[in-house]
Structures are given as structure tokens and as C-alpha cells.
Ligand binder design. Sequence first.
Ligand SMILES: *[C@@H]1O[C@H](CO)[C@@H](O)[C@H](O)[C@H]1NC(C)=O
Length: 112
Amino acid sequence: MKHITVPLAFVCVLAYVGSVQAECCRVNLTLRYIVGSGTCADAGGRRFSSSSCTVTVCADGRPLVGTYCGRGSCNIFGCNCDGGCIKGDWQQSFLNNNRRQNIRVVDATWSS
Ligand SMILES: *[C@@H]1O[C@H](CO)[C@@H](O)[C@H](O)[C@H]1NC(C)=O
């Protein structure tokens, strides 16, 4: 019995430590913006009101696809994503990506 129990306990400890240290990619940023030229969709968002648009982005400023901001798929908790989390400067990346549209961000809300 002991020969089975000890390695199993060891594996459990490793799994626990692994899950505590795992990087999670649950944070996203919802922006409300006004486009100087073009449409809401040109910047990846959709119309929010007659004058403003909204989009939820990951760190690279691109629209969040799926549920989490991992490069690849994540576990159900949004952690251990394949390739880690998407990196970038959030709102600044969004502005850089869509520079030609002369965007003005009027509201930014973090979710996690
Ligand atoms: C943003 O993150 C929150 C918290 O993890 C999540 O509930 C929400 O669904 C995410 N937004 C989108 C558009 O997926």
C-alpha cells in the first residue's frame, strides 16, 4: 500500500503547486470608443450608442475571441493556456492597431 500512496501523494503535491503557480489569462478590457473615421467594426467592435462603439480586447488590443485572453486554449479556469497569455499594452495597443481611424477612448473597464 505504501508504495502506491507515497508517489500518489507526491503527484498531488506537484499538481497543487503547479496549479498555484499557473499563469491565468482571465483579465480583459472593455473599451468604449468613438471613431474619427470608419466604422465600429473596422476596429473590431460594434455599435454601442448612436455615437460610440464598444469592444472587449486582450492585451494586444485585438478583440477577445472565446472566453479568455490566452494565446491558445486554457483550462476551464482560464489558466495554463497554451503559449501563455496574450501580451501587449491593452488600450495603447488598441489605439496603435487602429491608428488610421483616429480613435478616442471614452471609457475603459477591466474585468477579471
Ligand atoms: C471578460 O472577463 C470576464 C471575467 O473573466 C468574463 O466574465 C467575461 O465574459 C469576459 N468578456 C468577454 C467578452 O468574454
